[in-house]
Design a binder for this molecule. Sequence first.
Ligand code: SAM
Length: 244
Amino acid sequence: MNLLELVTELEVDLPAANAVCSLRLVAVGKYLGLRAGQRVIDFGCGRGEMLCLWARHFGVTGVGVEVHQPSLADAAARAERWAVADKLTWACQDAGGYALGEMSFEVAACMSASMGFGGFGPTIRHLKRAVGARGSIVIAEPFYAVQDVPRELRAYEGDCPTEIELFDIARGEGLEVGYYSRATRDEWDRYIFSSRGIEMREFLAMPVGPAKEDRRRNLHRWQDMYLRYRQPSQGMAFMTLHPA
Ligand SMILES: C[S@@+](CC[C@H](N)C(=O)[O-])C[C@H]1O[C@@H](n2cnc3c(N)ncnc32)[C@H](O)[C@@H]1O
């Protein structure tokens, strides 16, 4: 793979849907010792970045569950581009309603999508069912990094555990934290500005008028919420959990 291909894969293939960068997703696959034929399920998979990377670099097979059809269409198109479409299937539905039946997976993931299950605790309980007694859970979850959470942030983000509460909840479920890291400032910046990149490009091309001003206000609200409140007061935990 040449440098331009690498940058395209890691940075610009699709807008980022998470503060955890592609390199770190691959690093966690390595940490887990993923190998060909292992099965992964990713709830709230968005544009399928993690599944596509893991299928491409480790040969895993997987299922992505996602409620937003256009994101899944992007995921399927990326899987085609990266020649891993035969390894991945996509289910367009509510994550909480996905019937696991007799299926079991080596890895179950939920990256910044615990809203689909009603929070961190219910999410890891669901992921535990998907992996049984021996599998691993991969999760990215926001946390409040300050004691006095600004009321503007709480109104925008709702209730969020603190970092130590994430650990307490996981341990209370009989899980041990293996890999752990927080999204860096660079990763947050990249996510926030990349995720609205398409909107920004559309905005720049719009003719002057009330519709453009509406769009400007929305974009500024998103940027200001990040710069004033989310960046200083919120973190993003990225961890693997293991039944023990
Ligand atoms: C912040 S994005 C993260 C996407 C992806 N996990 C990633 O890391 O790139 C959250 C995703 O969760 C999805 N989502 C939210 N509620 C859901 C639900 N009830 N069932 C399935 N997906 C859901 C959203 O549509 C969105 O794609």
